[in-house]
Design a protein around this ligand. Structure first.
Ligand code: ATP
Length: 301
């Protein structure tokens, strides 16, 4: 992987990234193909995709834990008082016998820049006892220790692989609020993979959607909401206005279409009995995942 400097507008730029896992027993498998995208600085970017889509592979390459088979990752100019990238992996490895305080000391030793107060503030916010061995914390509490070590490192780019998976609904909301606060305070960029798409609204500024190793969506979240329209009306084979049909569903008497329009298209007004419905980020992600699954099934058939 060649590493060059990206522009300040982007925290990280990826070009033509690919990963082929090679195995004599199971054969070779391209988990990621020709991925090109940029992470805007100071934003929260959600990485979504079905199981096996390549999210962990992508994050592991960006974290420098896995060598890509193809492509380039360029990092943006970092702020002087920050590390480049922190990664909180899915299994959040902690030393079981180390106390939480000891884990912070490990963080301090391993990182060029360390902000102990920032790490301790995260732990205080979530009532995590500093003197308890990590092995005697709940899964959610262990996740908070991993987050505290990650933010204590003051990264320019924070990579989180399914950070919300061990957390109860209130903790999920609080963690996302806390992350948004960190982004606002420090200007860091967060790339988080998640299956909890219901909670992306108001959190993600940008969406990357992976489908079987290929990037299907790479868009600003607000642009996506503007560019998609839900039409509901009498049963029909076509929507009332043009655009790319992302999802069509039909009952006996009714049809609905999720349509992607070009940002340069004039807004179209729809005539009764057709109506339009607002689209949420969750609707969009689910529609793209469904259409992706349907096209994969069609190819397999
Ligand atoms: P999930 O949502 O289930 O965590 P994911 O999107 O993170 O999935 P990856 O774990 O990146 O997906 O896996 C992408 C593809 O690469 C899958 O087909 C997976 O089986 C394959 N894969 C992952 N790790 C390896 C490996 N070490 N060797 C061979 N194939 C692998």
């Amino acid at each position: 992987m060649t590493e060059e400097t990206a522009t300040d507008e982007f925290a990280l730029q990826v070009s033509g990234l690919g990963k082929e896992y090679r195995s004599r027993l199971r054969g070779n498998n391209w988990a990621l193909r020709d991925c090109t995208f940029s992470l805007p600085t100071g934003r929260v970017v959600a990485l979504v995709g079905a199981n096996g889509a390549g999210k962990t592979t992508l994050l592991s390459i960006l974290a420098g834990l896995l060598a890509p088979s193809d492509g380039i990752v360029r990092l943006g100019g970092t702020q002087a008082e920050s590390n480049r990238i922190s990664f909180v992996a899915q299994d959040k490895p902690l030393y079981r016998h180390f106390s939480v305080r000891d884990m912070l000391k490990v963080g301090e030793r391993l990182n060029r820049v360390w902000d102990d107060e920032r790490a301790k503030r995260w732990l205080r916010r979530f009532d995590i006892p500093l003197d308890r061995p990590c092995g005697r914390l709940s899964g959610g509490q262990q996740a908070h220790v991993a987050f505290a070590v990650a933010v204590g490192a003051r990264p320019s780019v924070l990579l989180l692989d399914e950070p919300l998976s061990n957390l109860d609904p209130l903790a999920r909301r609080d963690v996302t609020q806390e992350l948004l606060g960190e982004v606002a305070d420090t200007g860091m960029t967060v790339l988080l993979s998640t299956h909890v798409v219901a909670e992306l609204g108001g959190v993600a500024d940008h969406l990357l959607l992976l489908s079987r190793g290929t990037l299907l969506v790479d868009s600003d979240a607000d642009d996506l909401l503007i560019e998609h329209i839900y039409y509901v009306g009498p049963r029909a084979s076509e929507p009332p206005c043009g655009g790319e049909i992302v999802k069509a569903s039909h009952s006996k008497s009714q049809s609905s279409f999720l349509v992607r329009v070009s940002p340069t298209d004039e807004p179209t007004s729809v005539e009764a009995p057709w109506t339009t419905r607002p689209v949420s980020l969750e609707d969009l992600v689910i529609a793209y995942l469904e259409s992706d699954r349907a096209s994969a099934a069609a190819v397999a058939a």
